[in-house]
Design a protein. Structure first.
Length: 84
Protein backbone atom coordinates (compact mmCIF):
# COMPACT_ATOMS: atom_id res chain seq x y z
CA UNK A 1 0.00 0.00 0.00
CA UNK A 2 1.60 3.23 -1.11
CA UNK A 3 -0.46 6.10 0.27
CA UNK A 4 1.41 9.06 1.69
CA UNK A 5 -1.50 9.84 4.03
CA UNK A 6 -1.32 6.45 5.77
CA UNK A 7 1.20 4.90 8.15
CA UNK A 8 1.78 1.15 8.51
CA UNK A 9 1.12 0.27 12.14
CA UNK A 10 1.04 -3.56 12.16
CA UNK A 11 1.57 -6.61 9.98
CA UNK A 12 -0.79 -9.26 11.25
CA UNK A 13 -0.49 -13.00 10.82
CA UNK A 14 -3.88 -13.69 9.33
CA UNK A 15 -7.33 -12.19 9.40
CA UNK A 16 -8.16 -12.95 13.06
CA UNK A 17 -4.95 -11.39 14.38
CA UNK A 18 -5.67 -8.32 12.23
CA UNK A 19 -9.21 -8.00 13.58
CA UNK A 20 -8.00 -8.13 17.19
CA UNK A 21 -5.56 -5.27 16.60
CA UNK A 22 -8.00 -3.32 14.43
CA UNK A 23 -10.76 -3.52 17.04
CA UNK A 24 -8.31 -2.61 19.79
CA UNK A 25 -7.21 0.58 18.02
CA UNK A 26 -10.75 1.46 16.96
CA UNK A 27 -11.81 1.26 20.61
CA UNK A 28 -9.65 4.39 21.05
CA UNK A 29 -11.39 6.01 18.06
CA UNK A 30 -8.44 5.49 15.72
CA UNK A 31 -9.55 4.67 12.19
CA UNK A 32 -7.76 1.59 10.85
CA UNK A 33 -7.48 0.43 7.23
CA UNK A 34 -6.65 -3.20 6.45
CA UNK A 35 -5.13 -4.53 3.25
CA UNK A 36 -4.64 -8.18 2.47
CA UNK A 37 -4.52 -10.73 -0.30
CA UNK A 38 -8.04 -12.05 -0.78
CA UNK A 39 -6.77 -15.61 -1.13
CA UNK A 40 -5.38 -15.41 2.42
CA UNK A 41 -8.81 -14.88 3.94
CA UNK A 42 -10.46 -17.36 1.56
CA UNK A 43 -8.16 -20.22 2.53
CA UNK A 44 -7.46 -19.11 6.09
CA UNK A 45 -3.72 -18.63 5.69
CA UNK A 46 -2.08 -17.31 8.85
CA UNK A 47 1.55 -17.42 7.77
CA UNK A 48 3.55 -16.56 4.70
CA UNK A 49 2.91 -13.46 2.61
CA UNK A 50 -0.53 -14.62 1.46
CA UNK A 51 -1.80 -14.68 5.04
CA UNK A 52 -0.35 -11.34 6.05
CA UNK A 53 -2.69 -8.40 6.71
CA UNK A 54 -1.25 -4.89 6.80
CA UNK A 55 -2.96 -2.40 9.10
CA UNK A 56 -2.63 1.33 8.44
CA UNK A 57 -3.70 4.45 10.30
CA UNK A 58 -3.80 8.05 9.15
CA UNK A 59 -0.44 9.76 9.61
CA UNK A 60 -1.88 12.32 11.99
CA UNK A 61 -2.90 9.43 14.32
CA UNK A 62 0.28 7.38 13.90
CA UNK A 63 2.03 8.46 17.09
CA UNK A 64 -1.04 7.82 19.24
CA UNK A 65 -1.61 4.44 17.56
CA UNK A 66 2.03 3.45 18.14
CA UNK A 67 1.68 4.29 21.85
CA UNK A 68 -1.40 2.07 22.12
CA UNK A 69 0.37 -0.70 20.24
CA UNK A 70 3.31 -0.47 22.65
CA UNK A 71 0.90 -0.87 25.57
CA UNK A 72 -0.75 -3.82 23.85
CA UNK A 73 2.58 -5.56 23.24
CA UNK A 74 3.70 -4.95 26.83
CA UNK A 75 0.49 -6.38 28.25
CA UNK A 76 0.74 -9.39 25.95
CA UNK A 77 4.31 -9.99 27.13
CA UNK A 78 3.18 -9.75 30.76
CA UNK A 79 0.50 -12.39 30.15
CA UNK A 80 3.00 -14.69 28.45
CA UNK A 81 5.42 -14.27 31.37
CA UNK A 82 2.69 -15.16 33.90
CA UNK A 83 1.82 -18.38 32.08
CA UNK A 84 5.42 -19.62 31.95
Amino acid sequence: MKDKQLHLIWKASGYMDAQIIKNYLESFEIEVFDFEESVGKTYGFTSAPLGEVELYVRKDCAREAEEYMQRYLESRADIETETD
